[in-house]
Design a protein around this ligand. Sequence first.
Ligand SMILES: Cc1cc2nc3c(=O)[nH]c(=O)nc-3n(C[C@H](O)[C@H](O)[C@H](O)COP(=O)(O)O)c2cc1C
Length: 172
Amino acid sequence: MKMETRYSIRKYKPEPVEKSLIKDIIDDMLLSPSGKNKKPWEFLVLDDPEVIHGLSESKKAGAGFVKQTSNVILVLSLHDESDTWIEDGAITLMVGHLKAHELGLGSCWIQLRNRESENMDSETFVREYLNIPDHYRMVGFLTIGYPDEEPTREKVHDYSKVHYNQVGGKYE
Ligand SMILES: Cc1cc2nc3c(=O)[nH]c(=O)nc-3n(C[C@H](O)[C@H](O)[C@H](O)COP(=O)(O)O)c2cc1C
């Protein structure tokens, strides 16, 4: 898997992704590292386009394209089971995003925590829409599909963000 060719993909072909490929992604997400190995997450896999369509309203901005998505994996975080549930949930999203790329699929992280829909916070929107019990929190979900765009934005290694031996130390 090459980071140089990884992009967030927001345009997908209409064909749904085969269940076996979604399982490959889930298999890797289930093996994600987590604080104290508590694995404070579960995953809700969605492949009903009508249901997925409604998720595009979970945010005021940044989720409109979800309408055209055929597959979604929602991370359900067991926030009472670990104080690292945010980090752990985020890592599973990243692992899923990278695995999708490895498989030639496109995916995009949709943030729910600390975000708003038109009338309520995004987590509450998804909780009510999908009947998610209160013992779960939701960092976000992944949209997944066959890419219908080829981003060409140049990838830059910005070494000004890297310090060498001490903060301010030049790294080159
Ligand atoms: C924490 C986090 C939240 C994100 N939330 C959204 C989102 O809600 N909607 C969206 O379209 N992209 C979202 N993204 C994708 C970013 O916009 C994307 O990673 C960034 O613009 C860099 O583009 P690239 O992934 O193609 O390199 C999110 C990414 C991260 C890591």
